[in-house]
Each structure stands twice: as C-alpha cells, then as structure tokens.
Design a protein around this ligand. Structure first.
Ligand code: GLY
Length: 371
C-alpha cells in the first residue's frame, strides 16, 4: 500500500514514502543511508508520547540504535532558544558529518530540525518523518527549513533538502479533527492551484479521507506531494513558480499576524480562508467566473472548515489594518504585494498587478459579513 514520490533534484534527489506502517519499517528504509547503525531523533512531547516507541522499535529491527531529544510542542519552539538546544544536543551526541538526524513531528519540528541539520558541521543529512497532515503534504517536502524571528515567521533559515521522507499515514489517526482539517487546507490548496481533477476528486472523497479511509488519505497525500515535488524541481529556491504554493498565504499571513499566531487561527485554517479570499478577488478582477469562489467555499463548508472571516473568533483589524499586515509579508517584492490569483480552479498564477482598492473592498465586505 506504500506509494513513492521521487524528488529528482540533481545531486539532492530523494524519495517520499507514503503509506501506513512506515514507522515500523523505518529501520529498513533508513538503513541504506547510514554509515553506522545509529541515528539521533528530535521530536516534541506530543508526538514522542504517542509514537516514539514505535519508531525506535522499527529502527531496532534493523539493529539501529537511537537517542532522542524531546522538545516542547508549539510554534514557540521554532526559535533561537530551541535551535541552540537542538544543535548543542546534536554536538553532545557526537553527530558526525556522515550521520543522519531524524526530524520526527509536525511542521515546527521539521523546520527546526532541518535547519539544525543544515548548520551542524556545515550540513548533515536528515530524514523527515512528518506526523501531521500539514507536514506530510507541505513542510516536510522541498527543503525549506528555519525558525521564526520576533520580526516575523520563517525569517531565519536555509534551503536544505532531506535525504528521505517517511509519511506514515497511519499516524494521522491520532490527530485531532481540527488539526487534520487544518492540514487539509494545504491539500485542497494543491487542487485549487494546479489540478482541477484533483479538486473534483476531493469534492467527492475528502470527507472519506477525513473520517479515516486509508486509501483516500494515501491518494490525497500522494497527489499533494507529487504536485509539490514537481514545483520544487522546477524552482527549488522560489525564484518563480514555487510561489504558486503560496496560494491563499498573503491573506493567511495577515490573519495569522492579526490573531497573534495563536489557537484562534491555525495556519492551515488561515490558508483555507485565504484561498477563498484569493478566489473572491480573482472573480472581482474578472479573472475567473463567480462560480469558482462559490465552489471553493461550498467545498470548505462541506468539510466543516473555517471559510469566512466570521469563522474567526474575537476582534480583527479593519481592512487597512489587514493590508498593513500583508505589507510585512515575505511576499513583498520591490515594495509591491504579490498575490497568487486564479483564472479558474486549478489555474493559479503569480501577479503583483492588483488594485489595492479591490483588495480593500474584498476585505471590507468579508469583515462586514461578520456583523
Ligand atoms: N510551503 C511553501 C513552500 O514550501 O514553498
């Protein structure tokens, strides 16, 4: 039942394995990378409590010993403080240039540990073992690693591709519904940005995936990863096409900043709302038909996801306040905001040519609908 997606970057190629039971088979899958039968694992308390023993047993089956560092869960772990702790621990463990570090957790752990691996001894190899849906379909693939700065998210980091990704879809069974659906925000994004057939498949099958159907989960993760891999192969360092992966993110980052990067809005929830707003803006610019944003919103509603600004609890800034927050985003180029818009479902493109008054109108209407 395992699917494999190959990321064919020259000199840095790797496979992404997708399927159930991969923690149990981790030893067999990681062995070919090792010069000595030993790995170090960095995880967080939640993931370690649920799954570390299974992973270690899976490694032991192939005679691989392991040491583990367990960090606190949550976005605040993506910081200088925990980067320092991780790097010093890796040095204490006498990790050598030829050793392999395992990042075992969601996006926070993957980004932090990938960055630690990038800078340790000027770069050691690492394996991503993503445990959240968001990490499996997005952050574990493509080599973006890093930590947050007080000035903003992901502002310190490096491109460092993993040597292998093991996306165990069985582990998704321990996610809360909210976390699963937040990750689903990134899945549906792939359909919206580049594959209308996948979007249509999701309209018919995503609820089965959400309620545990393994074949549907594997297909959803595989198609997402295939699309991400193809984009990363074209544009590893985001000089062009890779920015398509940011569909919905210009709005999302403003909403995340407005809600203090808190539980009020998870990243994937912000992506879903951001995609709905990006389609609304596209329709108002006459780029796509009015049916497209309606279809996007209907599907997100069917999935019981956050869709509108009214689904965000508490105060939000006004439209100008949100636009100001967008201006602090990494997607500002030469002082101009860059948007990912769409000519239809599956037909996204990148543009800086957007009338700010129209953005303001879309946001004002969305805020007004909150009542
Ligand atoms: N998460 C967007 C990217 O990897 O480029």
């Amino acid at each position: 039942m395992t699917e494999i997606v190959h990321v064919g970057l020259e000199g840095r190629a790797y496979d992404i394995h997708i399927g159930p039971g991969l923690l149990d088979r981790a030893g067999a899958l990681i062995s070919p990378l090792l010069r000595r039968p030993r790995v170090v694992i960095i995880s967080d308390e939640n993931v370690a409590g649920l799954h570390l023993e299974t992973l270690r047993k899976g490694l032991e089956k192939n005679g691989i010993t392991s040491e583990a560092l367990v960090l606190p869960p949550g976005e605040s772990t993506k910081s200088w403080r925990y980067l320092e702790q991780a790097v010093e621990w890796l040095l204490d463990q006498k990790v050598e240039r030829n050793d392999v570090v395992l990042a075992f957790g969601g996006g926070v752990i993957g980004d932090l540990v990938g960055f630690a691996a990038a800078i340790l001894r000027r770069g050691v190899r690492f394996v991503q073992v993503p445990t959240s849906l968001l990490a499996q379909v997005d952050s574990s693939v493509g080599g973006k690693t890093g930590i947050n700065a007080p000035q903003g998210k992901n502002l310190i980091g490096a491109f460092h591709q993993p040597s292998l990704v093991l996306a165990d879809t069985e582990v998704l069974g321990t996610l809360t519904t909210r976390d699963f659906l937040a990750g689903y925000g990134e899945v549906v994004k792939y359909g919206m940005l580049g594959d209308s057939v996948f979007f249509q498949w999701l309209e018919g099958n995503a609820s089965c995936a959400a309620s545990g159907d393994m074949a549907a989960r594997i297909h959803a993760v595989k198609r997402s990863v295939e699309m991400k891999a193809a984009i990363v192969m074209r544009d590893e360092t985001e000089q062009g096409d890779r920015a398509l992966l940011n569909l919905g993110h210009t709005f999302c980052h403003a909403l995340e900043a407005a809600t203090g990067y808190s539980d009020r809005l998870l990243h994937g929830e912000g992506v879903a709302i951001g995609c709905a707003l990006a389609f609304e803006l596209s329709a108002r610019m006459g780029l796509c038909s009015q049916e497209d944003p309606s279809r996007v919103r209907a599907h997100l509603r069917d999935m019981k996801m956050k869709v509108d600004l009214s689904d965000i609890q508490g105060e939000l800034p006004d439209a100008d306040g949100l636009i100001a927050l967008m201006g602090q985003d990494k997607k500002v180029v030469d002082g101009k905001l860059r948007f990912i818009l769409a000519r239809g479902i599956g037909e996204a493109f990148i543009t800086s040519d957007v009338d700010p008054d129209l953005v303001r109108a879309v946001l004002s209407d969305a805020l007004r609908a909150r009542g």
